[in-house]
Structure formats: C-alpha cells, structure tokens
Design a protein around this ligand. Sequence first.
Ligand SMILES: [Zn+2]
Ligand SMILES: [Zn+2]
Length: 617
Amino acid sequence: MAGDSKDEDTEYGVLLYYKFASIPDLDNLFTFFDSNCRSLSLLGRVRLSPNGVNVTVGGKLSSLEKHIAAVSANILFEGTDFKLASCQQPSNDKIAKECGFTSLSIRVVEELVTFSCHPLLNSPDVSNAGKHLSAAEFHSVIQDAGKFIEKESPNDHRKLVLLDARNLYETRIGKFQPPNVQTLDPEIRQYSDLHAWIDNNSEELRGNCVLMYCTGGIRCETASAYIRSKGDGFENVFQLFGGIQRYLEQFPDGGFFKGKNFVFDHRVSVGSLDAYILGTCLLCSSPFDDYSSRNRCTYCRMLVLVCNSCQKKSSQYICELCQKNGKTVGSIPLIANGESQELSLPVEPEDVPTADHAGFLPQLPWRHGTQPSRKLRILCLHGFRQNASSFKGRTASLAKKLKTIAELVFINAPHELPFFYQPGLGDPDYCALSSLPPNPSPPPNSCSKKFAWLISPDSSSQSGTNWEIADSPFDPLQYMQQTDGFDPSLAYLKSVFSQAGPFDGILGFSQGAAMVASVCAQKRTLKGQMDFRFAILCSGFALKLADCEKGSINCPSLHIFGNDQGNDRQISSQASRELASLFDDGCSVVVEHEFGHIIPTRSPYIDEIKDFLHWFL
Ligand SMILES: [Zn+2]
Ligand SMILES: [Zn+2]
C-alpha cells in the first residue's frame, strides 16, 4: 500500500464506528467533527449525544485514515473499533441519497440509537450491556453450543438462544443459521420496536444464555443492556463485538452466517465468499436478495424484495408483516394528502444504526444537518360533523407547510350523522379553519356525509329531527356531552391501524382531539394494536377522562388552541388547557394562539408545530 500512493489516493471507502462515553462538551465535539469532516470531504452521518458518538462516513480511503488519526488523538475515543472498508464510490444516486451519502449530516441527538420512542422509558444503561465476544469467540460458542455455558457455571442447564437484534428486512437477506442452536428473529420494522418484542417474548430469553448480534454492534449494546435490566434470569447475555461486519472479516467464507450483511450505506449489502442467496422474492419466492431497486411496502414503507421480472408486473407491494395483519390494497378508504404523497422522497434510513430519532428533548437543537430523511405519517381525525374530505380541505395549508416532514392521512369517523347539516348553523367545527374561504363550491355528493367519533345516546337510530332539537347551535358545550359510541370508534381506529398503519402520530381536531386524548389515556393497554409516538390535539377538550389525574397521560403531545383573547367560541381555552394538563408536562408542548377554533399555520405557530414534529424524525 505504501508504495502505491496513487491507488490509495483514488480508492474510496466507508468508515463506521461508535463510542459510548460521557461527552463533556458537545459543542466542542460538534465543531471538531464539522471542520474535520468538511476539510476531508467526507459525506455521511455523524450523530453526537451526551452519551457518545456514532459515525458512518464515506470518502477517499486516505481521508478516512486521516479522520481516524484525528479522532484517535482524542482520549474520549480510546479503544474505539474503527471499521474501515474499501469499496466502490456510490454509483447509484438514489441509493446514495437514501443512505445520506450525498451530504454530510452532523446532528446532536438524545440517543445514539433510538431504543424506544417513548420519552419516559429511560434508555438502558449501556454500562450494563451484555459481555462482548470477539468474532472468534462468538464462532466457537456456536460451534460448541452449550459447552461454553457449562464452563461459566458447571451446574447450568440453560440453553443457548441466538437473537438477531436487527430488522426484518435485514434478516431476510442474511443471518446466522447454525445447526443445533435455536434462533430468534424478532421480525421488527425498526429498532425502536425491539424493546416491545423483548417484553412480549421475555419467556424465550429468561434463564437462557442469550447470544445477540447486529450489523456493527451498536444496537446490541443498548438491547443487551435492556434485557439484562430485567433482572433475575436475564443475566447471561452476550453480544458479537463489531457485529456481522467483523465476523465476516474473520470468516471470509461466511462461517455460520448465511447470505449477505445488510448495510446502511451505498453498498446496500456485503456478502462473503459464499454466494448463497437467502432472500426470496416477495411475489414469486425465487431466490433474490438485491435491494438496490429500493422497493417498499405500500403500507408501511419497509423495504421489500421484488425480483426483476416481478417488478415489471407490479409496483404495489405488501410486505410480510402487513400481509400478516390482513392488509390488502385499498381495504380502508384513506384520503391521503396528495401534496405530500406524490413526492417520492427517500423514506429511509428510518432506523439505521445511527438513527436520527431525537426522541423528545426540547432543549436539543435539531437544525444541525440536513433535511429529514423520512416523513412522519400522521392519522388525522376530523371534528364533529365533519368528514375526511372536508377536514383535508381545511388543513390543506397545514399539509402544504409540513409537506417535507409529514404525510397527513384522513379518515371518516365511524358514526354517520343522519342528515345533511346546514353548514354554519350550530356546526361546531364548520368554521374550523376560518382563514380559508367559506366553502367556495358545494361539496361533491360523496363528501356531504357528516360523521362523528362520539354521539349522543339517542342518536344512533333516530331521524334528523331529534338532532335539531338536541343540538342547540347556541350551546357550544352541548356536543361535548356526547360521549356515546366511543367503543365502536376505538375498534374502528384499531382496524385502521392494522390495515393502514403504521402511523407515527395521531392528530385530532375538536371532537377528534377528544377522541385522540381518550386513546392516549389508554395507550399502554392498546400496545401492539395502536402504536404511535405522539399526539397533536387541536382545540381539544376532555371526554371520559374524569378519573384521569393531572399529568398522568404519558404520551408526547402538542396542544394547539385559541387563547382567551383568541375567543374560540366552540371550545373554551379553559377546556383545552385542562385537557393539556392531563398530559405529562415533561413531554407536552402547549401552543396558544389568537385565532379561535382553527389550526393556525402562520409564523410563529407553524414553527412550533414543526419543532415538535422534528423530535420524531
Ligand atoms: Zn419475483
Ligand atoms: Zn408493510
């Protein structure tokens, strides 16, 4: 190498490393990485947190070596495992862009890898992580399945289980497949789902010797610490140090690893000398493991494998997980926001080892770096006597302003109201977004139906006349008494999540916000059926939450409502404020505005909304 400086100068490479360490001065480190990476023309991702650093960068091999030398000079990085691989320069623009290899993004995040999106679930303490095994040790443990454990403790009858800490789309194309060892594949879409899998499958782990692995090691650090934090019966957790990457370097023929190692840079995947193809085409099941065409599930946007000939036949795919959830194309009538949906922006990397999800920490800046790489899907619940289409129309300005970070999805509530209501008369949500022109043209017939999440007890089988009597237009609180029909609405939302999910968050307006609040209050019991990371409650009020204590709803929330001067004639500021107070104020943000019963989209309100959403990107 020394004699061939020309080659070295043109050769390209990718460098990965992480280091858990308490960072005394984040600003200082940020400046160092910024100037060092820029001066060396490195591209990729650098994530800095109070607890360490996670880096995936590409550039000239010689530049990467200079970077390593500069980083190593800092005592903080003592003992860091720098994984440097030479490879081709990115040739596919789309992949390079998706992988973040067309720019340099340096960000300060709360966690290096987002173990959970729940802000109140403390991240596991990595100092309690599973014991590191070198590639050679890992290999011999598998080879001697069982013997190793006996050595640790002679009376032991624990069995060895091999746990893949990665996502389904990674496992699909390559994994450890040793004979005689039980393997556990969590089949998750993203790393932040792993803790729930561990919770739900803890009996498979309890009392056993758990051997874990991931791409480069970082995900196992946190996940193994989480397993160990469960206490008795969960002590024996081991992790492959340096991940599959180091293992394949040690065992170039693949060893016990079959297939290819999925990587989060432009290489897409890295194989061994053994050309075995583990993956199969989603449609025709023929052997196939090439993700370079970046096909994704229509519903959840997870990468899917579709062979070249099947790609010509279809462009709509439903991943295995969505198929399991009984999803078929178009089974729930969704009105997605056209503005944001037509964009073919990259949606990955959603859970790369250097995950950007900042969790929820309002003090940290998110603006370092580049555009978010993924859009948030937000399910939007309209107000009383609205419908998906009208609500979509009324939030068009909001959708437009959020189009690079969020996709709004609208649905009708399940309770159809029995007659076409005269707009403007006692229709609490009619003037929802009064900054828009008042109903410029008559809505099409299909849109004239009005729906509700909650109804009055006698409404279901009644004709419209009863409604007119019951629904006095001058009593703004009247429809706030309508609390029937919650259970069918909740069941309906569960089916929407199952068929059209996943959703990152739920937004509710007025009665829709009351519905969202009740869902948030039950978030724990709904786990697995309705998983979302945040709620946005606009002009909200509390229903069925009488026994809810202040601050007891643990869901990151954004509350937007008109202040006392704003004169929301439908929902009093006090009602919205009271609702907000039920949410844990450690993770709630309140935006009061002076525009009454609307969602304001002008500055500074729109910036506050964006700031909130950026915590989840
Ligand atoms: Zn096929
Ligand atoms: Zn899917």
